[in-house]
Ligand binder design. Structure first.
Ligand code: C2E
Ligand code: MG
Ligand code: MG
Length: 570
């Protein structure tokens, strides 16, 4: 920074000269310091100068333009004040630049000797110096604002990190709790009440949390509906309760309100935790937050070491995947579907098994991991390819082939070429379309619903059957059944009454209702997870014709399934 002032005025008072030098030196060094340090350092030299010049009080009022000046709405800075009785003796108006006008007010004790001309010129110099000094501080504040706030006026992640580091420096971080939370379905809230009211809801929700955590914590926004929070352990229960669900008023006159829920990742910072980088804490709460969003059930997830291990296992799977698919470690197992009346084999579901170094990895261990990116799509197409090759061979061998269903992850819904992709594989293997069925799970949002409808309609036009998989888990909706042209409804195991369930149990009633609804809609209906003879009887009693489950067969390796194909009855 260039020197703004130099002490080359021909002043002949050595005491004044040394004070002024100190003052100017401090000024020139203020670059790079934060506001508090500067005011302490410059303040000391300034006080001495003021005392020397019999000034009791010195105030600067900054206006951003003439309009503010006229309305007398400026930012006031008291630079020096002895607190003794004083009266204003001098007032100067300085125009710093086109946007800044400063009024400097200088006070003296009522019985102080008036200033000499030379003293007035000295005071003048101090005034000018101060104006530059305060202007810089103000500019620093503006920069601070943009550094630590986002465009909507929320503290940002940089602020949050700095606050975390401060707590760590003061030895207060250990024992505190860090939280990342996301407002659930906020785009739906915006749709429901409009964006403007949505913004008010966000702000009110944030403010209420801020009240709960009070001065002992800090909050920030990461962007969108993602927030960060650091609070003391004492208020954690209150914070969690609030995040789980609360009503937020958005119109104070009508008292209109919405219900807001959040998913959150929580990391209680242990006593022995050493903060090397705020990013370490972020990693933990983001991971727990992600687990919370995917959990479906528990929406507030606490970070623990288990999660770290899980994450390590997951990334191992993701790393292993490309090699595994190249080395054909994935194999198709077939689980028969059986007609409960004639005990006849009518179809099968292709289920994936991963053979890795003498170990069979079950789908639950890798499907959700592969669903975190688009690897799952590669796997599904691979499975479809293998199934088509098998069907083609069976047909060539003259076997009595049944329809085989293949699972497609919802991740495919964004692929606009999905239909072409499926047909390319099926047709290249010369498999008649009636032998293929595609199983898709239910969907949660409107956007996916539209995509799902497009895909299912396309498949139907191509003569390929589609099934709603896992019906009854999650967000079953009648719309899903009515508006999309499915062929098959697969009732999930969780809706199938166990042998212990009475006829009037909720599950029995629901099961009966779902089967009759499927029939009324003209859908083929199959129940998954049928394990006992009593359950087979229950299916018959409720007119559900098809079953899949351990009672008939587990998912079978190729050779065993081919035996079933040859025999065809149970
Ligand atoms: P799903 O599509 O609902 O498959 C049925 C699951 O129920 C299979 O689990 C099957 O082994 C199991 N099951 C069948 N009968 C019974 C029974 O009587 N009792 C019990 N307790 N379970 C039974 P699996 O093979 O472990 O697969 C789990 C899930 O993984 C599947 O659920 C499916 O969503 C997914 N999956 C499997 N293979 C693939 C694939 O190639 N692609 C995709 N996207 N997902 C797949
Ligand atoms: Mg399935
Ligand atoms: Mg299923």
């Amino acid at each position: 920074m260039a020197e703004f002032f130099s002490a080359n005025n021909s002043q002949n008072n050595p005491q004044y000269n040394s004070l002024l030098e100190k003052f100017l030196r401090d000024m020139n060094e203020m670059n790079g310091m934060n506001g508090e340090d500067v005011s302490r350092q410059v303040g000391e030299a300034l006080s001495e100068l003021c005392r020397f010049l019999r000034v009791e009080k010195l105030t600067g009022v900054f206006y951003s333009g003439h309009k503010e000046e006229k309305a007398n709405k400026g930012d006031s800075y008291t630079c020096y004040d002895t607190g003794n009785p004083s009266e204003e003796r001098m007032r100067n108006r300085l125009a710093v630049d086109a946007f800044t006008i400063v009024h400097i007010h200088i006070f003296q004790s009522p019985d102080a000797a008036p200033w000499t001309d030379e003293e007035i010129s000295r005071i003048d110099l101090i005034q000018h110096t101060l104006v530059v000094y305060i202007s810089r501080l103000r500019l620093g504040k503006e920069v601070d604002h943009f550094t630590y706030f986002d465009a909507d006026g929320y503290h940002n992640i940089r602020y949050f990190f700095r606050a975390m580091q401060r707590f760590a420096m003061l030895d207060q971080l250990n024992g505190m709790v860090a939280i990342h939370y996301n407002l659930k379905h906020f785009s739906l809230v915006n749709q429901q009440i409009g964006r403007i009211a949505g913004t008010v809801v966000m702000r009110n929700h944030f403010n209420r949390l801020q009240e709960i955590i009070a001065e002992d914590g800090v909050m920030g926004r990461m962007g969108g509906d993602n927030y960060l929070l650091l609070c003391s352990a004492e208020v954690l229960d209150q914070v969690v309760d609030y995040l789980k669900g609360t009503t937020v008023v958005f119109d104070p006159t009508t008292q209109e309100k919405v219900y807001i829920q959040a998913t959150a990742g929580v990391f209680p910072i242990p006593q022995d935790f050493v903060l090397r980088d705020p990013g370490d804490v972020m990693d933990k709460i983001l991971n727990a937050g992600q687990a919370a969003r995917h959990a479906g059930g528990d929406e507030i997830v606490f970070y623990d070491e288990m999660m770290e291990e899980q994450r390590e296992r997951n990334s191992r799977i993701q790393r292993m995947f490309p090699n595994a698919i190249r080395k054909k470690e994935f194999r198709v197992f077939y689980q028969p579907k059986v007609d409960v009346w004639g005990k006849e084999l009518v179809g099968a579901e292709a289920l994936c098994r991963w053979f890795h170094e003498d170990e069979i990895i079950p789908p639950v261990a890798f499907i959700p991991v592969l669903e975190q990116n688009t690897d799952i799509c590669k796997l599904d197409f691979y499975m479809l390819e293998m199934v088509c090759r098998d069907i083609h061979r069976w047909l060539m061998e003259g076997k009595q082939v049944v329809r085989i269903s293949v699972n497609l992850s919802r991740k495919h819904m964004l692929d606009v070429d999905l239909l072409e992709h499926i047909l390319e594989i099926v047709d290249r293997n010369e498999v008649p379309h009636q032998y293929i069925e595609i199983e898709l799970t239910e969907t949660t949002t409107d956007v996916e619903f539209r995509d799902l409808k497009r895909v299912v309609s396309g498949l139907q036009q191509a003569g390929i059957c589609t099934a709603v998989d896992d019906f009854g888990v999650g967000y079953s909706s009648l719309n899903l059944l009515r508006e999309i042209p499915w062929n098959v409804l697969k009732i999930d195991k969780s809706l199938l009454p166990t042998d212990e369930d009475g006829e009037d149990s909720i599950r029995s009633v629901m099961f009966r209702y779902v089967v009759s609804m499927a029939r009324a809609l003209g859908l083929e209906c199959i129940t998954e997870g049928v394990e006992t003879a009593q359950q087979v009887e229950l299916l018959k009693k409720n007119n559900c014709d098809l079953a899949q489950g351990f009672f008939f067969d587990r998912p079978l390796p190729l050779e065993s399934f081919e035996e079933r194909l040859d025999r065809h009855t149970y």
